[in-house]
Design a protein around this ligand. Structure first.
Ligand SMILES: [Zn+2]
Length: 306
């Protein structure tokens, strides 16, 4: 009780103190707020730590890292919050509004793509589209043993913690390989589109064509006009397209999901040394449209022969 009374007295006194004056915490004497020392007892006049600017800056920084660490420690690579293809995530990070960083950084994502390279401590996963090779996914596996289980050019799905953008792409760490998270083309409910319509859409306007077809599984019919034996793709053109110089670079570039489909088309068409088919082969293709192709109208990846 005695103590309380004393405190009250001090408080009352402090309220009636002239502006800029405080009471010494050690002896209770009045002194200027800005004084370095109490003029009466000589005790240092320190601001309480919580009143210091740097204390709060530091506290906020520390809190930020604690929250981040808690958030990341609770992440389970077996429970990805998003499943997408390498092409889709690269697009989110590097195109348009570039929402990737805010959407996926410090979250678990599963990414399906093509193994581009296997290095000492990471796997590089490339996009399916041949034109976006500027960016790739840099994958650090949780278990380095996984590096030996993958083969170049195969399609794999990895799930890991996204570290956001790095030079040349995005990074995933503590990753596992798990095909149950794979994003695969829906071949059975593909969007059927006449090949001429698809080609014309890209000739007319790439942006609006992308809005309509990019990332969608499309199905179209045409004939094989070229077989690129060294890079495993074929060119499909409308059945009535002639071999004039005008139409030399018209067509859809097709990359197959499985090597076997490419081999079958190649065998059926029996190409000459220049890649021109000796036999006319009509095919129906289903695959994912990934926009314009270098030299041709559009590219369709992950394709299969229907
Ligand atoms: Zn004092």
């Amino acid at each position: 009780m005695e103590e309380n009374k004393e405190k009250n007295v001090v408080n009352e006194e402090q309220e009636t103190l002239p502006k800029g004056m405080i009471l010494c915490k050690t002896c209770g004497a009045k002194m200027a707020k800005k004084a370095k020392k109490c003029p009466s007892c000589g005790a240092k006049n320190k601001k309480p730590i919580y009143k210091r600017f740097w204390f709060w800056v530091l506290a906020i920084i520390v809190l930020f890292f604690i929250v981040k660490a808690i958030k990341r420690s609770g992440l389970d690579v077996k429970k990805p919050s998003a499943k997408l293809t390498a092409d889709e995530i690269i697009k989110e990070f590097y195109e348009g509004e570039e929402k990737g960083e805010s959407k996926y950084k410090d979250t678990v994502v599963a990414i399906t793509g093509k193994v581009g390279a296997i290095e000492e401590d990471y796997i590089r996963i490339d996009t399916f589209a041949s034109l976006s090779t500027l960016f790739s996914i840099h994958v650090k596996p949780a278990d380095k043993g996984d590096l030996t289980s993958v083969t170049k050019d195969s399609v794999i799905t990895v799930s890991g913690i996204c570290n956001g953008k790095i030079f040349g792409g995005i990074e995933l760490e503590k990753a596992i390989i798990d095909s149950s998270f794979a994003v695969n083309p829906d071949y059975n409910s593909a969007m059927t589109v006449p090949i001429k319509t698809l080609m014309q859409a890209y000739k007319d306007n790439k942006v609006s064509a992308d809005a309509q077809y990019w990332g969608k599984t499309v199905e179209f019919t045409g004939k094989v006009s070229y077989i690129a034996d060294t890079s495993d793709y074929i060119i499909i053109v409308p059945e009535d397209q002639d071999k004039s110089l005008d139409s030399l670079l018209d067509g859809i570039e097709v990359y197959f999901e499985n090597e076997a489909d490419f081999e079958k088309v190649k065998n059926d068409a029996n190409p000459d040394a220049l890649g021109s088919p000796k036999k006319t082969v009509k095919v129906t293709i289903a695959g994912v449209c990934y926009g314009e192709a270098f030299g041709y109208d559009a590219q369709v990846c992950r394709a299969k022969v229907k």
